[in-house]
Design a protein around this ligand. Structure first.
Ligand SMILES: [Zn+2]
Length: 426
């Protein structure tokens, strides 16, 4: 509760406390035991120079049983929200925010208890708002001023039942387990197998391209199984597939599988038909807001439409401006790795003497490639609309050569990633 003699008189809601060295495992625990223990200890800001800071007045208001927080930041950063119980509280985690000098302003509310900031490790820091009763975030978003590049986090907390809070915490716990927490540590590439997620396109009620009795879904399932077999026979790969039968898997579910598997790379396998019929040869696609040409744009659009058909969720419906900013940030980190992946695929396929499209690496806004934190590529192994490609796609020998070329590509990419990672550690 408020300390009536404390800094509240200066308009600061509560005493600033720090929590330091909260381990990665602990941050997932519903009770942040370290918070009390570490209260009052020093907070090192070493290594945070040049990172985002609180850029203005962080204002907490209460209104009609709600708590409203406006938190200005000097720049947008990845962030997330967590609910906790005993006592009820909300944690706002930010990547690389320096809380030095931070103070929460506003009139005291009986809904708000203590608050504190601290570091979680791996560049994540946390703002904890302790609440005097169970509340749930009913609105939370980050907006960015395109002119100044500054960001504003707005949070709205509303009263909820203890049961609703417990359900929310359970759901967040499940999501953490599913997404592979950003803070969870694991051995770097090279000290463990690389997790390759193969994603045979389409399936179930969505056959993809169709030529006579052949479907893209079936051809890609066959090829995915063959490629998985080649990879599993090599050292250093762990293969996960998004489907291993003729069932419909939404684009969102495909991404979820990749996240659950903590994929090091995601490779979606397709053999679409293009209406103009001229496209032929293997083509690597990576994600871009702007497609490299109209055909790529149409291809991406068709895949997303097929997903809606199957009742899948188009991720873009969830995208507000904020999500896009976050994805852009995450992609900035992933982009060089994705580019190296695309290049390795093109080099590997063409190096094996297999036919590629005259523009072997193209870009389009494929929903299935929107796992911003996982290097992802979509490979049109060939185009079913091209008679020669269609023949090759049905030729087990040709597919064997393609699978070998891809395995070589992925092995080369993995080696380069291990090299890059050791460079970064130096
Ligand atoms: Zn397709």
């Amino acid at each position: 509760m408020q300390d009536p003699t404390g800094p509240r008189n200066r308009g600061i809601l509560s005493r600033r406390r720090t929590l330091v060295g909260l381990g990665a495992a602990m941050m997932l625990a519903p009770g942040v035991a370290g918070a009390q223990q570490a209260a009052g200890s020093g907070f090192s800001v070493g290594g945070f120079s040049g990172r985002a800071r609180v850029g203005g007045t962080a204002l907490m208001r209460s209104n009609d049983g709600r708590l409203l927080l406006d938190l200005p930041l000097t720049q947008p950063v990845p962030w997330r929200l967590r609910h906790m119980a005993d006592p009820p509280r909300v944690a706002l985690d930010f990547r690389q925010v320096d809380w030095t000098g931070f103070a929460l302003q506003g009139r005291a509310s009986p809904l708000l208890g203590d608050w504190r900031t601290g570091t979680l490790g791996d560049g994540w820091t946390r703002l904890v708002l302790e609440l005097t009763r169970p509340m749930l975030a009913r609105g939370a978003g980050m907006t960015v001023d395109p002119g100044s590049g500054r960001a504003m986090v707005a949070l709205r907390l509303e009263a909820a039942s203890a049961t609703a809070l417990a359900a929310q915490i359970a759901q967040e716990g499940a999501e953490d387990g599913a997404t592979g927490e950003a803070t969870a540590r694991r051995a770097p590439l090279g000290h463990r197998p690389a997790v390759v997620v193969l994603d045979p396109g389409h399936g179930g009620i969505d056959p993809g391209a169709v030529q006579g009795r052949l479907t893209e879904a079936a051809l890609m399932l066959t090829f995915s199984r063959e490629l998985a077999e080649v990879l599993r026979r090599r050292d250093g790969f762990q293969v996960v597939v998004t489907r291993d039968d003729d069932s419909f898997v939404s684009l969102e579910a495909r991404l979820r599988i990749a996240r659950q598997a903590r994929a090091d790379l995601f490779l979606s396998l397709h053999a679409d038909s293009l209406p103009d019929g001229n496209a032929h040869g293997a083509t690597v696609y990576t994600l871009a807001e702007e497609a490299s040409n109209a055909a790529s744009a149409r291809l991406a659009e068709r895949h997303d439409r097929a997903d809606l058909l199957g009742g899948g969720v188009d991720l873009r419906q969830h995208d507000d401006a904020m999500a896009q900013v976050l994805m852009a940030i995450a992609r900035t980190e992933t982009q060089p790795r994705t580019d190296r992946l695309a290049r390795a695929l093109v080099d590997g396929i063409s190096g094996a003497g297999l036919r590629m499209h005259r523009r072997p690496w193209q870009q389009a806004d494929f929903t299935v490639l929107r796992a911003a934190d996982i290097p992802s590529a979509l490979l049109e192994v060939g185009f079913m609309s091209s008679p020669r490609d269609l023949e090759r796609l049905q030729d087990a020998d040709w597919r064997g050569q393609m699978a070998l070329a891809l395995a070589d590509s992925l092995q080369g990419w993995m080696a380069s990633e291990i090299g890059q990672a050791s460079l970064r550690r130096r």
